[in-house]
Design a protein around this ligand. Structure first.
Ligand SMILES: Nc1ncnc2c1ncn2[C@@H]1O[C@H](COP(=O)(O)OP(=O)(O)O)[C@@H](O)[C@H]1O
Ligand SMILES: [Mg+2]
Length: 510
């Protein structure tokens, strides 16, 4: 028993209609980075919320430093030196960084010798000391609402340190960070480990585990699959265990059969609301059977190109033709009818109506046509049948079938629904913007295969992705955008990952 600083034995936790944790037993060693790997909904957050005192297990026992505990609140866990950084940070926006860190455990002083008051001077000193010690630079006087996500996360870590946490739980900490911020965070975690802290890292990203963790527990649909030594397990093994089936980490792509030109964009310029050009004189074409991927760092104009092609943004200059027909000033609906499908970046506001049923969302593209409606009257039987078919074909998991309200579904399943609906239009041009953002590997694999299948059917695909690995895996042709300009267009086979990365940073000739 002494081998473990934390032991969770036979933990079961039920929520209405679901067993979130089913007889899970894990032991965590002092001073290790212990990863908890699993797809969305596998039960990772639930398990750790019990260790942090936010839920109580229905069955099972928790031991901390060999002693059985029964936490009723997070305060109980804090008293045992356990801290947690939640997936959605829990900070007070209009408080300063220092106020957030000391909230609830403020050092006190006496004003005029007798009035109790918070000793912010001492708090600031202590915070400064901790920031220096762990390389977590912050300005304690800044308001939370004024600082970016990466700094808020540092505040959460400082908050744990300030409360003298020895066991630190991080719930999907990298989900909100950019690649360089991720690197930085992993270094911080490493230095916490070196300082003797025990780290529990929840994630669904295997590469992060490979990089930082000592051991890894894999959860799949509420059950513990295995606990592995990270060094001796392959990424492939971990992926299979996590998804519960054989997954392909390598995309199998056949030679493209490139056909006629479908989309032609010439000299496109798009202005933002201040009349500032965000897309500058961009030209490219996408042919049938081809995946044309636009690579670039977020905010360099790529979404505006997609929006201009489907009609959500206006072209200030230039022309857009689809199958030889000028559509530069055609309405959104007409463009869609002429053969454009669009999977937008923001699946919650542009792609769907969140408070509508799944069946209605799946009919959004077709309710105006027979057999889904006739003379303006909707045929609800056909709309339901359409939904049942797509739920089945695209493996959309929904609690109440076609009647499920879109908002209640997980992000991955919302995305499957949108992709299914758009693919079923059999359009000549399909635009995918960030199609796999935030999804786990099982879902990513399926979506990549669907994109390739559409390309092989003969569709022209415009793919916009911030994930360089996604671009490198799928693209036949790559265009790199920087600051609104298309710096380079070349066949994917002629560009290395590093070259694309350099163009993404604005280096013109590699
Ligand atoms: N408070 C809750 N009420 C009802 N169901 C919940 C609650 N929290 C989690 N669940 C369900 O329990 C399952 C596991 O969720 P979670 O632990 O958040 O998974 P993960 O963190 O691995 O993505 C999911 O099906 C989720 O919908
Ligand atoms: Mg979670």
């Amino acid at each position: 028993m002494d081998e473990y600083i934390v032991e969770m034995r036979h933990i079961t936790k039920r929520f209405p209609g679901i067993i979130a944790n089913d007889d899970v037993s894990i032991g965590i060693r002092q001073g290790e980075v212990f990863a908890l790997l699993g797809e969305n909904g596998a039960g990772k957050s639930t398990l750790m919320s019990m260790l942090f005192g936010m839920y109580r297990p229905d069955l099972g026992e928790i031991y901390v430093r060999g002693e059985k505990v029964d936490f009723h609140s997070a305060n109980d866990a804090t008293a045992k030196n356990i801290g947690m950084v939640h997936q959605h940070f829990k900070l007070v926006d209009n408080y300063t960084i220092a106020e957030n860190i000391v909230l609830g455990v403020e050092p006190m002083t006496r004003k005029l010798g007798f009035l109790p008051a918070v000793n912010m001077k001492e708090a600031n000193r202590e915070i400064e000391k901790l920031s220096k010690e762990y390389g977590l630079e912050v300005n304690p006087r800044n308001l939370i609402e004024d600082v970016p996500v990466s700094v808020r996360q540092r505040v959460e870590i400082l908050k744990m340190l300030y409360r003298q946490a020895e066991i630190m739980i991080f719930d999907e900490p990298t989900a909100v960070l950019t690649p360089s911020e991720i690197e930085f965070l992993l270094k911080i975690i490493d230095s916490l480990r070196k300082a003797g802290k025990t780290i529990i890292l929840i994630t669904h990203k295997i590469e992060e585990i490979k990089q930082i963790a000592d051991r890894c527990a894999i959860l799949c649909r509420g059950k513990l699959v295995d606990v592995l030594d990270v060094n001796s397990a392959s990424a492939q093994e971990m992926a299979n265990m996590m998804v519960g089936r054989e997954v392909d980490l390598v995309t199998h792509k056949s030679e493209p059969h490139i056909g006629k030109e479908v989309l032609n964009v010439q000299g496109l310029t798009v202005l933002d609301e201040n009349k500032f050009p965000v897309v500058k004189d961009v030209s490219f074409c996408v042919r049938a059977g081809e995946i044309f991927a636009i690579a670039g760092v977020s905010g360099n104009g790529q979404t505006q190109i997609a929006d201009a092609v489907c009609g959500l943004e206006e072209a200030a200059q230039g022309s857009i033709t689809l199958n030889g027909q000028d559509i530069t000033h055609t309405s959104i609906r007409k463009r869609a009818e002429r053969g454009i499908s669009y999977i937008p970046e923001d699946r919650q506001s542009t792609g769907t109506v969140m408070d509508f049923q799944l069946s209605e969302n799946l009919a959004l593209r077709r309710y105006g046509r027979e057999p889904y409606s006739k003379k303006g009257i909707l045929n609800f039987t056909k709309i339901r049948e359409n939904a049942e078919e797509l739920i089945d074909r695209y493996d959309i998991r929904c609690a109440q079938g076609p009647k499920t309200i879109m908002r209640s579904m997980s992000g991955g399943n919302q995305q499957k629904a949108i992709i299914g609906r758009e693919i079923e239009e059999h359009s000549d041009l399909i635009i995918f913007v960030q199609p796999t953002r935030g999804l786990d590997i099982g879902a990513i694999e399926k979506i990549h295969n669907q994109i390739l299948a559409e390309r092989d059917r003969g569709a022209a695909i415009l793919l916009i992705s911030l994930e360089l690995s996604e671009v490198m895996e799928l693209a036949d042709t790559i265009g790199v955008i920087f600051s609104g300009e298309m710096l380079k267009i070349a066949p994917a086979s002629e560009l290395t990952r590093n070259e694309v990365g350099r163009y993404m940073m604005g280096v013109k000739e590699a």
